[in-house]
Design a protein around this ligand. Sequence first.
Ligand SMILES: *Cc1c(COP(=O)(O)O)cnc(C)c1O
Length: 416
Amino acid sequence: MSAGPQLLQGELHLEGVSLQEIAARFGTPCYVYSRAALTAAFEDYRQALTGRDALICYAVKANANLALLNVFARLGAGFDIVSGGELQRVLAAGGDPAKVVFSGVGKRQDEMRAALEAGIHCFNVESASELDHLNQVAGQLGKRAPVSLRVNPNVDPKTHPYISTGLKTAKFGVAFEDALALYRRAAALPHLHVQGIDCHIGSQLLDPAPAAEAAEKILGLVDTLAREGITIAHIDIGGGKGIRYRDETALSATEYLAPTLKALAGRKEKLLLEPGRSLVGNAGLLLTRVEILKPGSEKSFAVVDAAMNDLMRPALYDAWHDIQPVAPRAGQAHAYEIVGPICESGDFLGHERELALAEGDLLAIMSAGAYGMTMSSNYNSRARAAEVMVDQGRMHLIRQREDTAQLFALESVLPH
Ligand SMILES: *Cc1c(COP(=O)(O)O)cnc(C)c1O
């Protein structure tokens, strides 16, 4: 995608904006997103779905900043949420509640109530109990809740076990064999309205075949349901398309969806998708500054001002992110461990990176737009990073850097 970072006069720029200038103005660590890249990723999906009744529901958990949600809302996106908090964000960002689907294995009743009052498109239900809870809450409000069942097609998505979700052993969804009985139950409950069927088999999927296999299994079930008089208006095939972090071959949406769309050819049901990572991952980077160089006989360390609390993926999944100097310097490169200042040995951002570095240099940790800021924490009483969006040559602060007083503002000491 041409909307990625580029070297101009020996310095990295994003959408023509100097990363050096962003760091000077807003400090580090700082997440930087490109509106053009977000838009291009969305249009890639839209193009893949041309001529088809489809709704792209951006999975908010990948990156929940209001400005970013607003960019997608303006493009006509729907949203896939997993909590009442995400619902409030979507509404605050101008998202259309009628295009929201609510996923998640443990929805609370107050969250169900808020979503019913907002008028969301559908609840993606994951258990028999949840059907009962939702029926009860909807009854109290005098409403009928639109429901879809998240079915586990039991296909292996061939990805990291922590982000594989569609196997029988996963906590998510209902077993394929149990789905029919649960649909019958849903159809019989007075305050539910069967609307759709959904699945989500995992994340960072590079092979398009498992998604198509899942879609086929689900279509079989839709036909069985139709024979029982249970009509499914939409098929939600979840998210999960992978991106290029290192040397992965990431397919375009058209290529990735081709086998799935082939399986769905001629079907009248509306198609829903829930992409997260593939819409935002490569639209963002994390800017950080080298604080200390610490050479050693076994390993040399570059201690930077970003850490696992800012970007958890390396520590959590051993994920690989490209790390580039913002102003590459001439001179001898060394293999550095790029680490943060947190008191954990797992606090690393990259291993053995061949870089020529000096203290004070800026580094860009690439592909950090997804599951970066949203997974960040305040561990070690570190204030969370600022977020900036560049758009047509301009930089916009879209989240202020936290200050330390905010971190303990909700705490109090015991009385005397
Ligand atoms: C996380 C999640 C998504 C988004 O997954 P990506 O891999 O980021 O595309 C979509 N649907 C559900 C139910 C999810 O939990």
